[in-house]
Design a protein around this ligand. Structure first.
Ligand SMILES: C[S@@+](CC[C@H](N)C(=O)[O-])C[C@H]1O[C@@H](n2cnc3c(N)ncnc32)[C@H](O)[C@@H]1O
Length: 249
């Protein structure tokens, strides 16, 4: 079987954050499959077919990629950031598990990328320097009650928290509720970071407190980090550094 499937992460935006391994896979590919804006990040070239599809098409897109690989194509499925973090790797395995038995014979690899929370964290210092968790705030694939339960328990356990998909245009109320729950659980002085479009020309980074934070500070291009009790600022010339020390009592 000459076809293969590589599920890769393109990093948060900047070319410099794409790993050499992912660049090599893209150079070798006959087909690139993914959500349109991510497929558009791969330059067109002779011998490469780019298959862009809509946001909500993950399973159909995954099945298409698996079928192309079975037919002998060298297929790269692209995600932003890391493909294993709220992205296409799990979708491909969901399709594989429920689909054509022949797909299980394929050569499949997952190539990691720099996830948005890591780029966002690095842009301010080291807020994820001690224990942390990350939560997808979208309630597309899980009930809101479960998100709220996880928020409360993560706050109680004093994790720093990284939030993906914080606020969509269709469901802006979820993030307003998130801020309410966190203020109640963590108090108003807790640090919060809004890192938007990290590593792209539109990057903006805003560090504030839960008391000062408003829902409009986040959109779907924002990664939000809420510190633990230990997370602190180091004031200096220029932007302060935010970090969480490595130890806890
Ligand atoms: C569907 S998730 C994909 C996450 C991706 N697989 C990763 O590892 O970064 C999309 C969410 O990632 C976050 N995100 C992706 N790229 C970002 C960037 N450059 N800056 C800030 N947040 C980003 C946003 O929260 C966005 O709503």
């Amino acid at each position: 079987m000459s076809g293969w499937l590589k599920i890769v992460g393109l990093g948060p935006g900047s070319e410099a954050m794409i790993t050499p391994e992912v660049t090599a896979a893209l150079q070798d590919a006959t087909d690139v499959v993914g959500y349109v804006p991510y497929v558009n990040r791969v330059a067109p070239r002779a011998g490469l077919v780019r298959h862009g599809s809509d946001n909500r098409e993950e399973i159909r897109r995954a099945e298409h990629a698996l079928q192309l690989a079975l037919e002998g194509h060298r297929v790269v499925v692209v995600s932003s950031g890391d493909p294993g973090v709220f992205a296409m790797a799990a979708a491909v395995f969901e399709a594989l598990e429920g689909g054509d038995a022949q797909w299980r014979r394929l050569d499949i690899q997952v190539l990691p990328g720099i996830s948005a929370m890591l780029a966002a964290s690095a842009s301010v210092g080291a807020p994820l320097g001690h224990d942390f968790c990350c939560i997808n705030l979208s309630d597309n694939l899980k009930p809101w009650a479960l998100i709220e339960k996880r928020l409360r328990l993560a706050a109680e356990a004093d994790f720093a928290m990284a939030f993906y998909n914080p606020r969509s245009k269709a469901r802006p109320e979820g993030f307003a509720r998130t801020l309410e729950v966190l203020r109640e659980a963590c108090g108003s002085d807790r640090l919060i970071i809004f890192a938007r479009a990290v590593s792209s020309p539109e990057e903006s980074i805003h560090v504030t407190t839960l008391g000062e934070a408003t829902p409009e500070m986040a959109d779907m291009r924002t990664l939000v980090i809420v510190g633990s009790r230990q997370t602190r600022l180091i004031e200096r010339d220029g932007a302060p550094l935010v970090y969480t020390p490595r130890s806890a009592d």
